[in-house]
Design a protein around this ligand. Structure first.
Ligand SMILES: *Cc1c(COP(=O)(O)O)cnc(C)c1O
Length: 380
């Protein structure tokens, strides 16, 4: 028997408490009972997004909320800066061009964070740019982009929106939506929310609603103004993902009971422990300068294909992690710190990486990574 453990950057592990809630008999969505779930979820989402503004929920994967951010605010012909330093940055650029916008790509080397000064210079040079799209945590590279510094630049401009893909950031890293002035922040259930795939979230500022009113793009399911009206009545425009909403209510209850400060500190300590472990094993991080706390991307040792590490972990130890994409394929492996995980869960992940490297013929001082991780976790 092999016990399955999932450390992939989505989907993540779901707690049995959440699974049991979701296994209860299904309720009908046009009932008082479900309206109470919606009301609860909306309040909980505002707490986690740290906003007094609206947070919308859709039955889609995270990309649905990314698409919604574009079709509700960007008119055909509008220019939009897209920070492209990985697969998900590319997605912003593709969405903008697919809907008739003009992406102004700021290309960043994979593994590095964007320099906010470059964004400021582009906006100064062309004040007609209507939006800046970026990732808070670029899951394909393990980079955390400097969202606050970018927000300080964008919030001064009344004709430019800041749209943040927070799919692997909201619920892991502190990103206070209102305090920083983030116009749209997108989330997805199977990443930082300890839920199965199928829900997408979007917070929308007052400034962003002004853009929504002026936006002429056709949209139907992802019509944000319509969804806002329905949520105000504790219902949804179309059939919601009832079971996932019930699971979300459970997770939000847990998060509120724990408190955001503890959640962020805990997540950061897992990431620090894992990074320390990988360094102790002599490996380099792919994003050493600005690492995300939700996921760590590690460069495989010289001569070892990172895909072989991913395969071996799954086959021998039942551990799911992710490899690299595109030109990082074969070079990096990625381990998530999101989901139903606690501090001790970092230890088997590190131990399995050590054993895997040794079994793949790489010299490893067994226990060196585990010790480094424990030292961080003991101090945390
Ligand atoms: C996973 C992910 C997405 C895409 O989300 P889906 O749920 O697969 O549509 C977008 N952005 C980031 C940063 C992600 O990690």
């Amino acid at each position: 028997m092999i016990k399955k453990r999932i450390y992939s950057p989505g989907p993540v592990d779901v707690s049995p408490y959440t699974s049991l809630e979701m296994a209860k008999p299904i309720m009908h969505h046009r009932t008082k009972e479900f309206e109470a779930v919606v009301a609860d979820v909306v309040q909980g989402l505002k707490y986690v997004f740290q906003t007094e503004g609206d947070v919308l929920v859709f039955a889609s994967s995270g990309t649905g909320a990314m698409e919604g951010a574009v079709v509700n605010t960007l008119n055909p012909g509008d220019k939009a800066i897209c920070v492209v330093g990985g697969k998900f940055g590319e997605r912003w650029s593709q969405l903008v061009s697919r809907f008739g916008g003009v992406p102004v790509d700021i290309t960043v080397q994979w593994g590095q964070a964007v320099d906010p000064k470059v964004i400021a210079a582009k906006l100064d040079a062309d004040p007609s740019i209507k939006a800046v799209y970026l990732q808070a945590s670029e899951t394909s590279t393990g980079v955390a982009h400097p969202v606050k510094a970018v927000a300080d630049i964008v919030r001064k401009r009344k004709d430019t929106l800041l749209v943040v893909d927070g799919i692997t950031a909201v619920g892991v890293m502190n990103m206070p939506t209102d305090e920083w002035g983030l116009d749209i922040v997108v989330g997805g259930s199977q990443k930082a929310w300890r839920l199965p795939p199928g829900l997408a979230f979007a917070s929308v500022s007052a400034k962003a609603w002004g853009f929504v009113e002026r936006c002429k793009q056709p949209r139907y399911y992802f019509d944000w103004a319509k969804e806002k009206k329905n949520l105000a009545k504790n219902t949804t425009a179309y059939t919601p993902a009832v079971s996932l909403m019930v699971g979300l209510a459970q997770v939000l209850g847990e998060i509120r009971a724990e408190g955001l400060d503890s959640l962020f500190a805990r997540s950061a300590s897992y990431a620090q422990a894992f990074r320390a472990a990988m360094k102790a094993l002599g490996m380099d991080l792919f994003a050493p300068g600005s690492p995300s706390d939700s996921i760590t991307a590690v460069l495989a040792p010289e001569g070892i294909d990172s895909g072989a590490i991913v395969k071996h972990l799954a086959a021998k130890y039942g551990i799911t992690i992710a490899g690299g994409q595109d030109h990082a394929k074969g070079k990096i492996f990625r381990v998530s710190h999101m989901g139903y995980l606690d501090a001790l869960d970092m230890v088997p992940a590190v131990a399995a990486v050590e054993m895997t490297l040794k079994e793949l013929g790489h010299p490893v001082d067994l226990g060196a990574g585990v010790r480094a991780a424990q030292e961080v976790l003991v101090g945390a």
